[in-house]
Structure formats: structure tokens, C-alpha cells
Design a protein around this ligand. Structure first.
Ligand SMILES: [Fe+2]
Ligand SMILES: [Fe+2]
Length: 160
């Protein structure tokens, strides 16, 4: 993974998360246990993705580009909070075994679509441009070292 460009790795993770969410949506009215499993994998995966971006990617980009306040990473961080709220709203219904979360799902998909598009078209390619091979290897290492407790959280706790 340390060889791959940041844009390649993060786009692949967006795609992986998209298919987990689709799997949740497709199964929630037929096999709730399976749907819940897919949702939790999606939730932990998305939380990990956001931690990777906020703790490793964005600080490096801010450092190398000199753009902090009012820059694109600030917008991305704000959108992450909206995405997180939406994720919790669906999670709440999953906990109640309630499959009627279509509206919340739609909202999350809309948020993710425009958010991911901005990252894929603008932010990731520009990160790849401002980092050296050594810096990229160090970033992958830092991502690997982030403890699971940072993102394997459920309802604000570590309970699965
Ligand atoms: Fe993001
Ligand atoms: Fe992302």
C-alpha cells in the first residue's frame, strides 16, 4: 500500500465503503442481521477513513501547502461532521432494528457523493503533488499506527 498514490488508496476506500453501504441497503428488509453487519463494517470503515484524513492527510497537506484557515481541508472537516451526524441517525435506527431509514440514507449518500467528488477531483491529486515518496511512506505508516479505538466506536463508545 505504501507504493500507491494517496488518490488511488483513498478512492479505493471510498468505493469499498460505497459497496458496504449498498449491501446494507439491499439486505435491510430481507436479512436484517446481515444488513446490520454490513452497516457496522461501513460505519467503522468510514470512521477510520475520516480519522486517516483528519489526523494524517489534511495536516500534511496544510503543512506543505501552507493553506489552513479557510482552505479546502477546513470545508472537508465541516462536511465530516455533517456526515457523522447522518451516520449516527441511521445507526440509531439500525440499533432499533428499524429499516425505515430511507430518508437518512438518501441524505448521507448525497453528502458523501459531493464530498468524495471534491476530494477525488481536487484534494487527493493536490496532496499527491505536494508530498515526496518518503512523506507518503511515513503517512501510510502513521495511518497503520492509529489505534482501533479511535474509529471502532459505536454510539460514542467502544461497544460494537
Ligand atoms: Fe473526507
Ligand atoms: Fe475521503
Amino acid at each position: 500500500m505504501s507504493e500507491a498514490k494517496i488518490s488511488v488508496t483513498f478512492e479505493a476506500d471510498h468505493d469499498r465503503l460505497d459497496s458496504l453501504f449498498t449491501s446494507f441497503q439491499e439486505q435491510k428488509r430481507t436479512d436484517f442481521a446481515k444488513a446490520k453487519e454490513a452497516f457496522l463494517a461501513f460505519k467503522f470503515g468510514l470512521q477510520r477513513h475520516i480519522v486517516w484524513e483528519e489526523d494524517v492527510l489534511f495536516p500534511k497537506w496544510e503543512e506543505n501547502s501552507g493553506m489552513m484557515e479557510g482552505g479546502p481541508t477546513q470545508v472537508m472537516r465541516t462536511e465530516h461532521r455533517l456526515i457523522g451526524d447522518c451516520l449516527e441517525a441511521i445507526h440509531q435506527k439500525v440499533q432499533e432494528q428499524n429499516p425505515d431509514s430511507d430518508r437518512e440514507e438518501q441524505r448521507l449518500l448525497e453528502l458523501l457523493k459531493s464530498h468524495n467528488m471534491k476530494e477525488e477531483r481536487i484534494l487527493y491529486p493536490s496532496i499527491d503533488q505536494v508530498i515526496s515518496d518518503e512523506e507518503r511512506a511515513a503517512m501510510y505508516q502513521a495511518m497503520k499506527e492509529i489505534p482501533e479505538e479511535r474509529y471502532r466506536v459505536c454510539c460514542g463508545s467502544e461497544r460494537p
